[in-house]
Design a binder for this molecule. Structure first.
Ligand SMILES: [Zn+2]
Length: 434
C-alpha cells in the first residue's frame, strides 16, 4: 500500500503549479481587502499600493503586516470582507489575555477548513475504519469543530466527547474501541493519570494507537513519554484561530517538520525585531497570508510563533508543501531571568530526559532582593524518599545549568502534588516579578 492522501493532486502538486495558485490567490486577496475592508484599504493607500501592483510573489514583502492588536481593535467584525449574513460560523479564541480574536467562516471557508483538516488527519494515519475521539472543546474554541469537520470528510466514526469528564472519556475509549484521539498534550497526560487511578493500562486495555495534538508547545522528549504510555504514534498539528483554527499544517509519518498547506496560505519567516524577510533555515517569526479565505482574509499576519522553514522542498511522503520546524516557542513566552533569555521548552527537554521524573512541572520566577530567582518544582515518577529527592534535585539543577547558564533551584515533589488543569492548557510558568 502506498502513501495515503486526502487530496493527492493538491498535496503532491509540482511547485510551479503551487506558486501559480499562490500568485492568483494573493492578487485576489489584495483586491478583496482593498475593496471590502476599510482597515486594509487605508493601510494599502498609505503605502501607495494598488491591487494592480501585485504582479509576483516577491511583491508580498511590500504589503503591510497585520498583528493581533489589529484584530482586537477591529473586534468583532471590522476585518470581515463579507456581510454578516454570509458568515456561517463564528469562533473565538479564549481571550485570556484580553479581547478575544475571532475566526469567521463562510460556508466555503468551512468546507476548505474541513479539507485541510482531513488532509492532516489522513497524514496522521486516519482511515474511515478509525474510531476518532475528539477531546478539544466543541464550542467557541476552533479545535473541536476543526477535527469534527475533517473526520467527517474522511468518514471515520466520530466520538465528539469534547473536553473534561476524564473518567467518562476513558470509559468511551474502552466501550467504543477508540483508535485515534485528538487532544492537547497536557490533557493526554491528565487522561493517563486518571486511567492509572482506574486501573486501566492505556497501552494494553485500549486500542488508541494514533494521537493528533496541537495548540500547546511540547518537546520531542515529552512526546516520547506519551507515545510509551499509550503505545501510540503522535502527530503534531499546527494552526491558530485567526487563520482558520487547527489544520494549517501537520507532520507526516516521517516526523521531520510540519507540512504547511501552501495552496491556502503563503508563509514567510521574518526577523521579529526588524520585520525583514528571512531565508530558509533561518529562525524567526512565522507570518501567514491567507489566499483562499472569504470571511476574514489576512495579509501577512504575525503569529508570534518562532520557527524556521526547511530549505528542502522534497519529503519522502511525496508531499510538495513546504515544511517548517516544530514551533520552538512564542515570542511572548520567552522568559528573561538574570539577563538570560530562555523558553520553557528548554527546561522541559532537560526534565523529560530523566527517567525518574514524572510529566508535571511548574516554573516559578520571583525576586530575591534585587536578583531574579527561579524555582522549578517537578514531580518524581514514583514515590520518593527525602534523600533521594534531594539527590535528584541536585542532579537536575546541574543539568539545567548547562542549558540556562544560571543555576535554578529545583524541588522534587511526590507524584500528584502539583496542581492540575482539568480543561484547557496546562500552566507551566508563573512569573511573580510583575
Ligand atoms: Zn512529508
Amino acid at each position: 500500500m502506498g502513501e495515503a492522501y486526502f487530496q493527492k493532486a493538491l498535496e503532491t502538486m509540482p511547485r510551479r503549479e503551487l506558486e501559480a495558485i499562490q500568485l492568483k490567490g494573493l492578487k485576489k486577496t489584495v483586491r478583496t481587502v482593498y475593496d471590502k475592508v476599510p482597515f486594509y484599504r487605508k493601510k494599502l493607500k498609505d503605502l501607495n499600493i494598488h491591487p494592480d501592483d501585485i504582479n509576483s510573489l516577491d511583491d508580498l514583502r511590500r504589503l503591510p503586516f497585520t498583528v493581533k492588536d489589529d484584530l482586537r481593535s477591529n473586534y468583532p467584525f471590522g476585518l470581515s470582507a463579507v456581510p454578516l449574513n454570509e458568515v456561517a460560523e463564528i469562533h473565538a479564541s479564549s481571550g485570556t489575555t484580553g479581547t478575544p480574536t475571532l475566526g469567521l467562516y463562510t460556508l466555503q471557508d468551512l468546507d476548505q477548513w474541513g479539507d485541510m483538516m482531513a488532509r492532516c488527519l489522513v497524514m496522521s494515519g486516519m482511515t474511515k475504519n478509525d474510531v476518532f475521539q475528539i477531546t478539544p472543546t466543541l464550542g467557541m474554541f476552533t479545535g473541536g469543530f476543526g477535527f469534527f469537520y475533517g473526520a467527517r470528510k474522511v468518514g471515520a466514526t466520530i466520538v465528539p466527547a469534547s473536553a473534561g469528564f476524564t473518567k467518562r472519556q476513558i470509559q468511551y475509549m474502552l466501550d467504543f474501541g477508540t483508535t485515534m484521539i485528538a487532544a492537547i498534550v497536557s490533557y493526554l497526560l491528565r487522561i493517563a493519570e486518571v486511567a492509572a487511578e482506574m486501573g486501566v493500562d492505556l497501552a494494553k486495555d485500549t486500542k488508541v494507537r494514533k494521537g493528533i495534538v496541537g495548540s500547546e508547545m511540547w518537546t520531542p522528549e515529552m512526546g516520547k513519554r506519551i507515545c510509551q504510555i499509550y503505545n501510540m504514534d503522535l502527530y503534531d498539528i499546527y494552526g491558530l484561530t485567526e487563520l482558520c483554527g487547527p489544520g494549517v499544517g501537520n507532520d507526516c509519518r516521517i516526523h521531520d517538520g510540519v507540512h504547511l498547506w501552501e495552496d491556502h496560505f503563503i508563509v514567510e519567516v521574518i526577523d521579529p525585531k526588524t520585520g525583514e524577510q528571512l531565508g530558509p533555515e533561518e529562525k524567526g517569526e512565522l507570518v501567514f497570508t491567507t489566499i483562499q479565505k472569504q470571511a476574514a482574509p489576512l495579509l501577512r499576519y504575525r503569529t508570534r510563533d518562532l520557527s524556521f522553514l526547511y530549505d528542502s522542498l522534497v519529503c519522502e511522503c511525496g508531499r510538495t508543501h513546504r515544511r517548517m520546524a516544530r514551533i520552538q516557542g512564542r515570542v511572548d513566552d520567552m522568559i528573561k531571568v538574570s539577563g538570560v533569555n530562555f523558553w520553557p521548552s528548554q527546561v522541559e527537554s532537560v526534565l523529560m530526559k530523566q527517567p525518574e521524573v514524572g510529566t508535571e512541572y511548574l516554573i516559578t520566577i520571583t525576586r530575591r532582593g534585587s536578583a531574579d530567582h527561579m524555582i522549578i518544582k517537578v514531580e518524581a515518577k514514583n514515590k520518593i524518599g527525602e534523600d533521594e529527592a534531594k539527590k535528584l534535585a541536585a542532579k537536575l539543577s546541574n543539568e539545567l545549568r548547562e542549558v540556562l547558564i544560571f543555576t535554578p533551584e529545583v524541588i522534587v515533589v511526590g507524584p500528584g502534588e502539583l496542581p492540575r488543569v482539568e480543561v484547557g492548557k496546562a500552566k507551566r510558568v508563573v512569573d511573580e516579578r510583575t
